[in-house]
Design a protein around this ligand. Structure first.
Ligand code: PLP
Length: 391
């Protein structure tokens, strides 16, 4: 086998110290971060503090809601927004449904222009609103990527352009600033699902001129299922009234007046019912780890790890799905499987490697705590498993 061209480099943080905070690294090579990242001592401590409070106090409503606010503040800092522009929700699906439910089908702008690279749930939510008279147009995937010029299909009937920051299947990243400019020139808003990029690189919603952005906690943000965040640009908030609502969307949730639909002046208006409190405790702790390591440092280190994956994969004769330009992708690299990708995932797990199957590919997605040696070991395991899978 030819030697892969080794990209040289080392992380700008104390990798071994961080690894000691992640018990799973003693047993597994965790490369499924595009799907679910491992537990850290910091996130465990946050979960324990909720459980302790539950035990000790029975209920600490004010203290728990303050933790939800703290999670919102942490998310807002991460994306360069203000806390008033961030709503807590339960999933990207719920965040998307909230935005969809703000669109008036009787208005002249009642169409969505969505990329085919959206995670299916986003497309499903847009499509479910067709029954109210909302139309959905699609920006095609061509050659495993999206040509930004295709967003030129936006027109005076488009209310929202829906562009995922990165394609979940192969990590291909879209140029959000250019898509925002195209959307805005036509008078439409840009909605971004950033689930696959949050925690992997710096994201600044003002710089990118994104109007709405959603993402959950359990992938590179090191959190748990049950919570997601929705950013809505300040100037838009008071113009939008989501039909998907509830008491947490009110100006005063404690007015307890079932007939009064008063809208919160902040992004709280995109909230519905009781928030996911345990998940919020954990989300805050996870985001604080990302802040401490630093999104820019994470991006630099994971580019080195990705390059090792790409070079090592090529050297072993694997076919890579999508771009191999590490400047244009997330840490996730997708290898085309010779057999059922789920079976490949299971066989890798048996060899101590956590990976993530999606359709025809197996994704290896390093995070800041992975090492170059782990990449080499995982590629060797994949070569072994692929060899078994070949007829
Ligand atoms: C890009 C992207 N968006 C959304 C989701 C999931 O959305 P939800 O929070 O609705 O489960 C995933 C993966 O699970 C994803 O990769």
């Amino acid at each position: 086998m030819p030697e892969p061209t080794d990209p040289k480099g080392s992380p700008e943080f104390d990798l071994n110290a961080w690894r000691r905070e992640i018990p799973l690294t003693e047993r597994f090579i965790a490369l499924n971060n595009c799907s679910h990242s491992p537990r850290m001592t910091q996130t465990s401590a946050a979960a324990a503090s909720f459980l302790d409070s539950w035990d000790r106090d029975g209920m600490d409503w004010d203290g728990w809601l303050e933790e939800v606010e703290a999670a919102k503040r942490a998310f807002a800092r991460l994306i360069g927004a203000s806390t008033e522009e961030v709503a807590v929700t339960t999933s990207v699906s719920a965040a998307t449904a909230s935005i969809a439910s703000t669109i008036d089908p009787r208005s002249s702008r009642n169409r969505i222009l969505a990329s085919e690279a959206e995670f299916p749930t986003v497309g499903h939510v847009w499509r479910a609103h067709e029954k109210y008279g909302i139309g959905v147009d699609w920006v095609p995937i061509e050659d495993d990527r999206i040509d930004p010029a295709r967003y030129g299909a936006v027109d005076e009937r488009t209310r929202v352009v829906s562009a995922t920051h990165a394609y979940y299947q192969n990590g291909f990243k879209q140029d959000l600033a250019s898509i925002a400019a195209t959307a805005h020139d036509a008078g439409a808003w840009l909605y971004v699902d950033a689930y696959q990029t949050l925690g992997t690189c710096p994201i600044d919603v003002r710089e990118l001129e994104v109007d709405m952005l959603a993402g959950g906690a359990l992938k590179y943000l090191l959190g748990l299922p049950g919570i997601a965040f929705l950013y809505v640009r300040a100037e838009l908030i008071e113009t939008l009234e989501p039909a998907l609502t509830g008491w947490f969307g009110r100006a005063n949730p404690y007015a307890f007046d079932a007939k009064r639909l008063d809208w919160s002046g902040t992004a709280n208006r995109f909230e519905t019912g009781t928030p996911p409190i345990l998940s919020a405790f954990v989300a805050r702790a996870g985001i604080e780890v990302i802040e401490a390591v630093g999104p820019a440092a994470i991006e630099r280190w994971t580019r080195i790890l990705q390059q090792r994956l790409i070079d090592g994969g090529r050297a072993r004769g694997f076919e890579i799905h999508g771009t191999t330009d590490v400047d244009r992708k997330t840490p996730s690299t997708a290898f085309v499987c010779p057999a059922d990708s789920h079976l490949i995932e299971v066989a890798l797990r048996e060899r101590g490697v956590l990976a993530s199957a999606r359709g025809p590919v197996i994704r290896l997605a390093p995070h800041f705590f992975n090492t170059l040696d782990e990449i080499d070991t995982a590629l060797d395991a994949l070569a072994e498993v692929f060899a078994i899978g070949r007829p």
